[in-house]
Design a protein around this ligand. Sequence first.
Ligand code: CS2
Ligand code: MG
Length: 402
Amino acid sequence: MKIIDAKVIVTCPGRNFVTLKITTEEGIHGIGDATLNGRELAVVSYLEDHLVPCLIGRDARQIEDIWQFFYRGAYWRKGPVGMAAIAAIDTALWDIKAKAANMPLYDLLGGKSREGVMVYGHANGEDIEETCDEVARYLELGYKAIRAQCGVPGMPSTYGVAQDKMFYEPADADLPSENIWSTAKYLNHIPKLFARLRDQFGFDVHLLHDVHHRLTPIEAGRLGKDLEPYRLFWLEDAVTAELQEGFRLVRQHTTTPLALGEIFTTIYDCHQLLSEQLIDYIRTTVVHAGGITHLKRIASLAELYHIKTGCHGATDLSPVCLGAALHFDSWVPNFGIQEYMRHTEATDEVFPHAYTFADGNLYPGDTPGHGVDINEELASKYPYQRAYLPVNRLEDGTMFNW
Ligand code: CS2
Ligand code: MG
């Protein structure tokens, strides 16, 4: 099953996506997501200039050997650019293998462990009132789990609050826009949001919140403790995680479940977090953590330590990543939840897919492969448009985490 072609397709149906399409001599093709928000063209070059020349002529069946070749063979290992490129190759090869076997990818992985994949949606508002209205809307849409993000009095903007209430795209400018942040104002306000949400909606709906890397460990311990009465499903990215042992301090102060890992690119970024049970959900994804092959390894290590999966699923991860993730989610024994930020209609038209939403779940469908394709002709109508994620500064101008 020789690889005879591998091409990188860049398209921008409202936001940039990078897709790798691999074709074998039998005419079977598979696709993988290679999108890295704000640094897309770096992955395009890594694939086109460095990996694709080594891919042509290889046997598409040798998924593991190809993964090891590109991981060990680079000499320079890990990191978001290289691992997204390897992920795209890996995902496309799993897609091909499942198509060649004429089975949905979840069957190739070991079969379904569940029918539906529980997802969470994103409710957000400028203030508590508007956020409550949005949570009510997501409940009406059938979601069982809802992330709530809210504007903070005294801050002009904050992460996760957007004008468009259904489609949230943070890469919003041709050069990085600058946000302002106040930890004190944030910590004073968020417990009020969840007190009100539980008061209005009770405890049956799963509520989640994303801190987005903005606290120190002791601040995260304080917020986690303040939120304990409101029984969050998880508190996400409470602290940046270069210092994995920093989460020991958070754990000492709160039982609020912790989620981490959407920016991790290998198992080495989370090995200590998992083996010391410092978190409850691992957020690594198909596109940013080396593809299906590596994500399976991370999930298996997490399973040893009672930790569940909670794959990242923002709009800047393409429908190709979401489709592959749903097959992984359908199989993985220690499944937790799947993030589901809806893509725009234009994006869904470029990426026809088999997955469907109903009753708070996504269903992957049963077409052979991961169930997502790319309409190349339509994709060509949306040329690349440079867009950066914002940066964040404290009120005194100090550079901070976005
Ligand atoms: C966020 C993302 O969905 C999430 O949990 O952290 O929206 C993140 O900000 C973007 O994926 C960055 O491109
Ligand atoms: Mg997040």
